[in-house]
Design a protein around this ligand. Structure first.
Ligand SMILES: [Zn+2]
Length: 402
């Protein structure tokens, strides 16, 4: 692992635009043109729901969009070739409300496609991704976030697959009736027998099982049951930042056998211990204020302002994020790491990795650390194409057996 001090100095050099940094950025952009760069998780569809009354026309991203971390000019600048659009459902919506919300989020993705047909196209297979990328468009994949969105129904799961859902994150921040979350009190000890059925059905459908957000027990159960590679669509390494959302070493060691990929997140609180501690303190203060001022959001917000002024967020850098990529590479191998930003799902981003235009800065940092062009191609895209092809092959094998 590169030492923090050395890496931090170079990150400054990259942003200062020195000759070496410029040439690394140029090489990075060339690599983003050579293979489709996948990002594992972008919550723009949720922003459309929250900020624009579920209507992409009211949050137009054809021009620079100041309200979000995502718009078309910046996606182009960032050399994004394949985007998993997160179809997020909050855990507070249980039952049929969650199913409706997930359908509405998928509707938002389809309406984005219809509104910008020259920019985006839905991809259902690895071949689709390559074809769409070659045509100059951004391959758009649907990633469901939160297994409660199927309301414990395999029929609902099958219909979501027909709509094009390519992955499903088994839980969000709360347990579901069939799987434990990383950030809830363990209830099932991992997957229940029905949870195992969900994984098997996802294998049969060619849907990638996403084990970001689940507990380590659930991760282990999934790796025991699944016949296809898994992904972590937006998680980092627990050894570098001890947050329950991150991937423990024991799981990283299991990835080569499974073939899966950790798409390293840009979430500051998953990246450095200082940022994780800040998040915990902020959440505690917010909870205290909410308790003192129930149902008065405005008062809570006003009271948080002086706290924020007195407690500046610790700075997280591009280099800190690259450290996680290095670590996953060291523990699991170059075939098992990718990018999973969580843009528009985070309230703050690392400095230098502020929005979707900045992916090449991270790629340039990996080049600076000595990654070869072939290694970079794996990290930014080929690893995910391989996982998609393996999921498709598993689906056709299992269908043939039936
Ligand atoms: Zn998430």
């Amino acid at each position: 692992m590169v030492s923090f001090v050395c890496a931090a100095v170079t990150a400054v050099a990259v942003s200062a635009g020195s000759g070496q940094a410029d040439s690394l950025l140029t090489r990075a952009r060339d690599l983003h043109r050579a293979v489709p760069m996948f990002d594992g998780h972008n919550d723009y569809p949720w922003e459309v729901r929250q900020l624009a009354d579920k209507d992409p026309a009211k949050l137009d991203i054809r021009a620079p969009q100041p309200k979000t971390m995502t718009d078309i000019p910046r996606l182009r600048q960032g050399g994004v070739g394949a985007q998993f659009w997160s179809v997020y459902t909050p855990p507070s919506l249980a039952g049929k409300g969650a199913v409706t919300a997930a359908l509405e989020q998928i509707d938002i993705v389809y309406r984005m496609m219809a509104r910008y047909p020259d920019v985006f196209e839905i991809a259902r297979t690895a071949d689709d991704v390559e074809r769409i990328f070659k045509s100059g468009k951004i391959a758009s994949l649907i990633g469901m976030e939160g297994g409660h969105a199927i309301d414990s129904s395999l029929g609902a799961l099958r219909m979501f697959a027909r709509l094009g859902a390519k992955y499903m994150t088994l839980t969000h921040s709360k347990n579901v009736p069939w799987a434990d979350s990383a950030t809830d009190t363990p209830e099932h000890g991992g997957l229940t027998p029905f949870g195992e059925d969900v994984v098997r059905e996802m294998n049969r459908l060619g849907m990638i099982v996403d084990i970001s957000h689940v507990s380590p027990d659930t991760m282990e159960d999934v790796l025991r049951v699944t016949q296809a590679p898994v992904i972590f669509s937006h998680s980092s390494a627990r050894a570098l930042c001890d947050h329950p959302r991150n991937v423990p070493d024991a799981i990283l060691r299991m990835l080569p056998k499974n073939g899966g990929v950790v798409m390293v997140s840009f979430v500051p609180g998953f990246t450095t211990p200082e940022a994780a501690a800040w998040d915990a303190a902020y959440e505690a203060e917010q909870a205290r204020l909410e308790k003192a001022n129930p149902n008065d959001e405005a008062v809570v917000k006003a009271a948080l302002a002086p706290w924020l002024a007195a407690h500046p967020r610790p700075k997280v850098t591009v280099s800190n994020v690259a450290d996680h990529i290095d670590y996953v590479r060291k523990m699991a191998g170059i075939d098992h790491v990718g990018y999973g930003s969580d843009f528009d799902g985070i309230s703050a981003a690392p400095s230098g990795l502020d929005d979707v235009s900045t992916f090449p800065v991270l790629t340039a940092e990996l080049l600076r650390r000595g990654y070869t062009d072939d290694e970079i191609k794996k990290v930014i895209g080929l690893n995910l194409l391989r996982v998609m092809r393996a999921a498709e092959a598993t689906a056709s094998r299992l269908s043939a057996v039936k």
